[in-house]
Design a protein around this ligand. Structure first.
Ligand code: AMP
Ligand code: ZN
Length: 471
């Protein structure tokens, strides 16, 4: 499988430290608010990647942090802790906020069919880990104490800007106009590993440390949690593209300095979901949630298929019109699957040809829109219905569109729209007509209606399904 690697800027052959096993890490959400559908685009595409790795036979261990401390309102180690801001907004404690929005995040993930990682670790649960790493970095001379805080000294590295497409001057925190420079830093790019002094003295959560009572910087939590659960050799690190700098750059700096050897050779970054005003962001407060989509009548699977239609390395513009197009396509796909029967024996030989096409799409840097096209190829193929169903179900283990589940629901509207009189034979004919309509087999649908009419049955088509009565 070829996967674009942000470190090398090329599509590289995917490799792992231990053959057949993937150690995977994902930067989790900052739980001070609901996740917006932009955040969820990142988790959704990472989910497809994880599921595809499993599909191809890898055993995957996926670890995710939950940021419940240390993520400040700006990248520059200045500003208020986001969690504290959330707690103040809602007149709750930081821990109440963290619990509520962590649960909300996993409920959104469930709705979008995003698998829960094998390990989910709140950042506040690994303080000893961070203290161990920061102490070692101080001992090795990669860190220094200034003004009560511990900083990472980026001048000690041969190469700090590892995702080397950055313009160093533009990106160095502190030279951006909007950002206030921290006078304690020896170098502009240095960052805080442990705070004991902040302008915001009301930080709710603090822990004892060799450098005084304080709290960890944001970046150290991901290094600490990954090293604890994934071990010294991480195979694959994921996140949204905005995390590449400074967050991931700093994770690499501190992890490799601590370990004394390379840490993670493969970096997977998902590009942004944008609105017409730019990047969807929590801090701007302008964002859409999964619940809002549901309130407006969209199945979360429609959003999933909307994301799969575009490549993860391209930014994706959200408009209601684009979502409606995705809905129309998804509904049609489901209707076609609902019309499939279940006859025949599995035709493994012919199924293999389509498996090759599916894998070719996914092996090409996770080309999910091409993989979705293969679903249509399955439907168009000469395979019998049983084989089509089996193959669609198999590919859906990776794509996660809940195809067969939604198709079963689409094929059963008559249950909810029971007619005044029960007659299984008429019900079966009505269902067959619905399936024919969904498959755009208008001739068959008309034939069944005529047959029913000849038997004195009148049909009424409603949004919820078809009802019948005797005339
Ligand atoms: P946060 O909860 O702010 O820590 O972000 C959680 C994840 O969502 C991170 O991996 C971010 O890089 C990612 N992310 C943030 N905004 C967007 C967006 N508009 N589109 C896609 N991913 C995003
Ligand atoms: Zn992280």
């Amino acid at each position: 499988m070829k996967l674009y690697n942000s470190l090398t800027h090329t599509k590289d052959e995917f490799k792992t430290h231990t053959p057949g096993h993937v150690e995977m890490y994902t930067c989790g959400p900052t739980v001070y608010h609901f996740a917006h559908i932009g955040n969820l685009r990142s988790y959704l595409m990472e989910d497809v990647l994880e599921k595809y790795l499993r599909y191809t036979g890898y055993d995957v261990k996926r670890v995710m942090n939950i940021t419940d401390v240390g993520h400040l309102a700006s990248d520059a180690d200045t500003g208020e802790d986001k969690m504290l801001k959330g707690a103040r907004r809602e007149h709750k404690t930081v821990m109440e906020i963290a619990k509520f929005y962590t649960d909300a995040f996993f409920s959104d993930c469930e709705k979008l069919n995003i698998k829960r990682p094998d390990v989910v670790q709140p950042a506040t649960g690994c303080i000893d880990e961070y203290i161990k790493i920061v102490s070692a970095l101080l001992d090795k001379g990669y860190a220094y104490l200034a003004g009560g805080n511990v900083y990472f000294d980026t001048s000690k590295l041969k190469q700090y800007y590892v995702f080397n497409d950055h313009d160093e001057e533009d990106l160095a925190v502190g030279v951006r106009d909007s950002v206030e420079e921290d006078q304690n830093k020896r170098n502009k790019a240095d960052f805080v590993l442990w705070f004991t002094k902040s302008k915001f003295e009301d930080q709710a959560l603090k822990w004892d440390s060799p450098w005084g009572v304080g709290y960890p910087g944001w970046h150290i939590e991901c290094s600490g949690i990954s090293l604890k659960y994934n071990g010294e050799y991480l195979d694959l690190h994921c996140g949204g593209i905005d995390n590449a700098f400074p967050h991931h750059t700093n994770e690499i700096a501190q992890s490799e300095s601590y370990l004394g050897h390379p840490w993670c050779p493969q970096w997977f970054h998902v590009h942004h979901l944008n609105t017409s005003h730019g990047k969807m962001s929590k801090s701007k407060g302008e964002f859409l949630t999964v619940s809002l989509l549901e309130e407006k009548g969209y199945d979360p699977m429609v959003y999933r298929s909307f994301c799969l239609q575009s490549h993860y390395r391209k930014s994706l513009v959200f408009t209601w019109e684009n979502l409606d197009n995705a809905k129309a396509a998804y509904d049609k796909l489901i209707a076609r699957i609902a019309a499939l029967g279940d006859d025949g024996e599995l035709e493994q030989g012919a199924m293999d040809e389509l498996r090759v096409a599916f894998r070719a799409a996914m092996d090409n840097d996770l080309n999910t829109s091409m993989a979705v096209t293969v679903l249509y190829d399955v439907l168009k193929s000469k395979l019998n219905d049983k084989s089509k169903r089996a193959l669609l179900d198999e590919f859906d283990q990776v794509l996660g569109l809940r195809l067969l589940d939604r198709a079963a629901k689409a094929a059963a509207p008559k249950a909810e729209t029971a007619s005044a009189e029960a007659d299984p034979e008429i019900d079966a004919l009505v269902a067959a007509r619905t399936a024919a309509k969904q498959a755009k087999n208008w001739a068959e649908a008309d034939r069944i209606r005529d047959e029913l009419k000849a038997r004195g049955i009148e049909l009424t088509d409603t949004k919820e399904g078809t009802t019948w009565k005797r005339i």
